[in-house]
Design a protein around this ligand. Structure first.
Ligand code: ABF
Length: 238
């Protein structure tokens, strides 16, 4: 039996998702962020070269990385403020539960990812086996990513701790982690660790209500399907 590495597992999930869900008459398609989506674009480029999908489809990125992917792939770049209705969007995730609720935002692009997913008629998640979880918070132990207006970071961290977060940390980056990670929307990220999350929908609502929070990396009832590439060469489709 095949034993795939993580990269091959990601590719398998991404190729399966594109082959299954890319509409033959697609007009506008969302391209998410992260390393798994790279393989979605790889597959799209292959299919476009073979004439299996339209040449004039417009692709909407969820941040700087996916914008570059679209350009490098020779695909038509659009923007979400010009195309607020998408046929489908493909994106990665940090953790996915059996109801297809996701933790996203490990790459700090969660706001645009949620905007694009919300505008899409179908939202398809692609991931490797490590993201397939029985309960959010069990596998992605770095915490729920939350995009916050910079001026409000101390207040929101305090609010999160009062709400029961075990830790609520301002995400640092760059050389020697000397400064806060700044998102594509000029905000900061707080990672709030709650342990296993009993009620992800309720938690998402509570966090979203905090003044200063732009968006929360809990994607509740948004995904229509999820594909996980497995080490044995199979794909788990949910
Ligand atoms: C984005 O990229 C995020 O929401 C998530 O944090 C990350 C997943 O990346 P990868 O595919 O590299 O695991 O989709």
């Amino acid at each position: 039996m095949a034993s795939l590495g993580v990269e091959d597992a990601k590719r398998l999930a991404a190729y399966t998702a594109i082959d299954t869900h890319f509409p033959t008459n697609a007009k506008v398609v969302g391209v998410g962020s992260g390393s798994t989506v790279v393989y979605c674009v790889e597959r799209i480029v292959q299919k476009k070269a073979k004439g299996e999908i339209p040449a004039d489809t417009i692709y909407i990125p969820t941040g700087f990385q996916s914008k570059e992917l679209i350009i490098q792939g020779g695909l038509n770049l659009g923007a979400i403020d010009g195309y607020p209705v998408l046929d489908v969007a493909f994106d990665g995730a940090d953790e996915v539960d059996p109801d297809l609720n996701c933790i996203k935002g490990g790459g700090a692009c969660l706001f645009q990812e949620k905007l694009v997913a919300q505008c899409a008629k179908k939202f398809i998640v692609v991931a490797d086996f490590r993201k397939d979880s029985t309960n959010l918070g069990l596998k992605w132990i770095q915490g729920v990513p939350i995009e916050v207006v910079p001026l409000a970071h101390a207040k929101v961290r305090q609010d999160l701790l009062e709400m029961g977060a075990i830790t609520a940390t301002l995400r640092l980056g760059g050389k020697a982690k000397a400064g806060a990670v700044i998102t594509d929307n000029c905000n900061v990220i707080i990672d709030a660790h709650f342990g296993p999350i009993a009620d992800p929908a309720k938690l998402a609502e509570q966090i979203k209500m905090l003044v200063g929070v732009v968006e929360v990396g809990l994607f509740i009832n948004m995904a229509d399907a999820a594909y996980f590439g497995n080490e044995n060469g199979s794909v788990t489709a949910k």
